[in-house]
Design a protein around this ligand. Structure first.
Ligand code: ADP
Length: 419
């Protein structure tokens, strides 16, 4: 190393052994005075399933386990966190920084409601402004030595949560569902979103799972039988907790007494989170003291191959004329090319596409054999697509392209679909 080394490799021409390649980092940096060890995002398919309640209960649970805990309320158009903790004061700050408000037991909170003059003022901002506000909660707030930050995400898996994920270095996602939703679809979308961002899904929490009758002690499934276990298994996920409907939860949250909630439903989640910290003690992801290779890895590219006839999705995978290949970063296609179908010998194409780095294949139909090889290689297969190839890839990236799962069997292209 040169004795004049200033640790800034990008402005130095020395070719020493310590030279570090500069990496592109899309996520925003925390304030230089902040430090956050683990960031956990809480997502749901729609509003009203108890995402904020679960976020608050998680924060209280980890705070009771003596971790310094924070909540970043990113549900900007329906911010309910300050009310659940009975916070009346406003956040203080200067031109350069903002300070979170502390709850009665020391949880640090930042929410748009702590900045508005009246709590009841509606927030009628558009998507980019909302995403910008959340970004500022990350970059401009002084998060002092936080072990766990919980992000109460905007509901859904659309544009705003995606933008939030792109700017914040999230370590894991917890999906909150309730039995009355279209749970299977919501979980698929959340899993897909997490895969796109390369963030692990820590597990599922089913809220309003059942009601325990205080008179006879029996459990009643008010919203119908739960299918959460099967859905979790399908995606290789864990059900971390099932929370009952309990009027005492709404009572403590409505009265701003969240810190007084009684019960240990989220202790299993607490144990999982505790292990995250214990196994990775030096893993401060604040970006202030640790190099950013984790974040760089988080923004991996996705390579999609659409089996096509020129610009259109083909019905028969093996028989396609060309593959339209799209490389994407998040929801955005950054590179497109068309390559001819190199041939359709059984089993050949899945290996070929794997070799060129494809991780998602979209087609109209496909044979079971080909699907099996793709699955073995961890390549996602979407069948049942039609229309414009690029539009199909874009729909996939937005989480809007569902696979029909249909396999072509007895049609005239029997041996041409990769059977
Ligand atoms: P979201 O954040 O998903 O929009 P909230 O957490 O704000 O939903 O919950 C909506 C309402 O339902 C709140 O009044 C909350 O107190 C109540 N609630 C949520 N979960 C439960 C539950 N398990 N038992 C009783 N009330 C609940």
């Amino acid at each position: 190393m040169s004795e004049n080394c200033n640790q800034s490799c990008s402005s130095c021409s020395e070719n020493c052994a310590e030279r570090k390649e500069e990496k592109t980092d899309f996520s925003e940096k925390l304030h230089e005075m902040s430090s956050v060890k683990k960031v956990i995002a809480i997502v749901s398919g729609k509003g009203g399933v108890g995402k904020s309640l679960v976020t608050s209960m998680l924060a209280v649970t980890m705070n009771r386990m003596e971790y310094h805990t924070a909540i970043l309320d990113a549900d900007v158009t329906g911010p309910s966190i300050p009310k659940m903790f009975g916070i009346k004061e406003k956040a203080q700050g200067s031109q350069f920084e903002l300070y979170p408000v502390k709850t009665k037991t020391g949880i640090d909170i930042m929410s748009v409601n702590l900045l508005l003059e009246n709590d009841t003022d509606p927030v009628v901002w558009r998507g980019p402004v909302i995403a910008g506000a959340v970004k500022q909660f990350w970059t401009d707030v002084i998060w002092d030595d936080v072990d766990f930050m919980f992000i109460d995400m905007p509901p859904g898996t659309g544009d705003i949560p995606l933008t939030v994920f792109q700017s914040i270095a999230v370590d894991g996602i917890i999906v909150v569902t309730s039995p009355q939703e279209l749970v299977s679809m919501i979980v698929s979308k959340a899993v897909k979103m997490a895969e796109m961002m390369n963030i692990p899904v820590i597990g599922l929490v089913e809220n309003m799972s059942y009601f325990k009758c205080p008179d006879n002690g029996k459990d009643y499934h008010i919203f119908g039988e739960s299918h959460i276990e099967e859905i979790a298994e399908k995606h290789g996920l864990k059900v971390l907790a099932k929370i009952p409907i309990d009027p005492r939860f709404s009572a403590v949250s409505d009265r701003g007494m969240m810190e007084l909630f009684d019960g240990n439903w989220l202790d299993p989640v607490g144990d999982v989170l505790m292990r995250m910290i214990e196994n990775n003690i030096e893993g401060d992801i604040s970006g202030n003291s640790i190099p950013s290779d984790k974040k760089e890895e988080d923004r991996k590219m996705i390579k999609i191959a659409v089996a096509s006839e020129k610009e259109m999705v083909t019905e028969h995978f093996g028989h396609c004329i060309n593959f339209n290949i799209f490389e994407a970063e998040g929801e955005k296609i950054v590179k497109s090319e068309s390559i001819p179908n190199p041939g359709h010998k059984p089993g050949f194409l899945p290996n070929y596409l794997n070799d060129i780095g494809v991780n998602v294949v979209i087609s109209g139909g496909m044979g079971a054999g080909a699907i099996e090889i793709f699955n073995e290689k961890g390549i996602e297969v979407i069948v049942g697509a039609e229309g414009d190839a690029k539009a199909a890839a874009e729909a996939y990236l937005k989480g809007e392209l569902e696979s029909t799962g249909s396999v072509c069997q007895d049609h005239k292209h029997h041996d041409e679909c990769g059977h």
